[in-house]
Design a protein around this ligand. Structure first.
Ligand code: ADP
Ligand code: C5P
Length: 244
C-alpha cells in the first residue's frame, strides 16, 4: 500500500515566524561598482521604515602579524578573505529579531577591531552589501531579493584609483598592482559568476533611478503584505498561493 501523503503542503515555519521575519536584500557587484551608493539611495527612499545595512567588509579576517608585514601579497578579493561563519551567525540573529554588534573594518590598518563595534538593532529590512555575498549558498538562501550592480570595469577601476588614493592614502602604483594581481582575476573567477543568482541586475549603479524606484516599490509591496499578515495571520495562505 502507498504511504499516506498529505495533499496540503505544510508550512515549515510557524505563522508567527513567517510574519516576523525581516525582508533581506543582497546587493553584490564588483568593487567600486556603486553598491554602497545604491544601498544609500534605497535606504533614503525607505526613511519611514526600519532598515539596516550590513557590509561584508565588516567580516574581513584580521591579518596575522606576518601577513601584516607583506599586505601587498594579500588577496582581499578571494572568498577566503572573509569570515563567512561569523557573517552567517550575525544574519541569523538579525533574522530572528536579536540585536547584534558588528565590527567596522579599517582599510588603513587592515584590522577589524580598530573601531568600536556598531550595535545593529533588528529591523523590517536588512540590506547585506558586498563583493562576494552571493558566493556562499547559505548566505544566498537568507535573501528574499538579490541585486547585482553591473558597472563597466574601466569605470570601476577609475573610481577605485580615486577612492584608494584619496581615502586610503595608497599610491597609484600599489592600486594598479593590486588590481591586476588580485582584483580583476577575482572578479572574473568569483564575482561575475554569481551574477546569475541575481533577481535584478542594475546597469550604471546609483545613476539608474528607474531601477532604484522599482526596487523600492517592490520592497514596499512586500512590507505591506507583511503588515496585512500581522493583522490577518490566515492571509499567509492567500499570499503563498498568489506570490509572483
Ligand atoms: P562600492 O560600494 O560598490 O564599492 P561605492 O558606492 O562606494 O561602490 O562607489 C565607489 C566610489 O565611486 C565612491 O567613491 C563613490 O563616491 C563613487 N561613485 C559611486 N557611484 C557613482 C556615480 N554614479 N557617479 C560618480 N561616482 C560614483
Ligand atoms: O567596498 P568595496 O566593495 O569596494 O570593497 C571591496 C574591495 O576592498 C576589494 O576589491 C578589496 O580588494 C578591497 N580591500 C582593500 N584592502 C583591504 C580590504 C579590502 O583594498 N584591507
Amino acid at each position: 500500500e502507498e504511504p499516506h501523503t498529505s495533499e496540503i503542503e505544510q508550512p515549515t515555519t510557524s505563522i508567527d515566524e513567517r510574519v516576523k521575519q525581516p525582508f533581506v536584500i543582497g546587493v553584490a557587484g564588483g568593487a567600486a561598482s556603486g553598491k554602497t551608493t545604491v544601498c544609500d539611495l534605497i535606504i533614503d527612499q525607505l526613511h519611514d521604515q526600519r532598515v539596516v545595512l550590513v557590509n561584508q567588509d565588516s567580516f574581513y579576517h584580521n591579518l596575522t602579524p606576518e601577513e601584516l608585514t607583506k599586505v601587498h601579497e594579500c588577496n582581499f578579493d578571494h572568498p577566503d578573505a572573509f569570515d563567512t561563519e561569523q557573517l552567517l551567525c550575525v544574519m541569523e540573529k538579525l533574522k530572528h529579531g536579536q540585536a547584534v554588534d558588528i565590527p567596522k573594518y579599517d582599510f588603513k590598518s587592515y584590522k577589524n577591531d580598530a573601531f568600536p563595534l556598531r550595535r545593529v538593532n533588528p529591523s523590517d529590512v536588512i540590506i547585506l552589501e558586498g563583493i562576494l555575498i552571493f558566493h556562499d549558498p547559505r548566505v544566498r538562501d537568507l535573501m528574499s531579493m538579490k541585486i547585482f550592480v553591473d558597472t563597466d570595469a574601466d569605470v570601476r577601476l577609475a573610481r577605485r584609483i580615486r577612492r584608494d588614493t584619496v581615502e586610503k592614502n595608497r599610491d597609484i602604483a600599489t592600486v594598479l598592482d593590486q588590481y591586476s594581481k588580485f582584483v580583476k582575476p577575482a572578479f572574473d573567477d568569483f564575482i561575475l559568476p554569481t551574477k546569475k543568482y541575481a533577481d535584478i541586475i542594475i546597469p550604471r549603479g546609483g545613476d539608474n533611478h528607474v531601477a532604484i524606484d522599482l526596487i523600492v516599490q517592490h520592497i514596499r509591496t512586500k512590507l505591506g503584505q507583511n503588515d496585512l499578515c500581522k493583522i490577518y495571520p490566515n492571509l499567509y495562505v492567500i499570499q503563498s498561493t498568489f506570490q509572483i
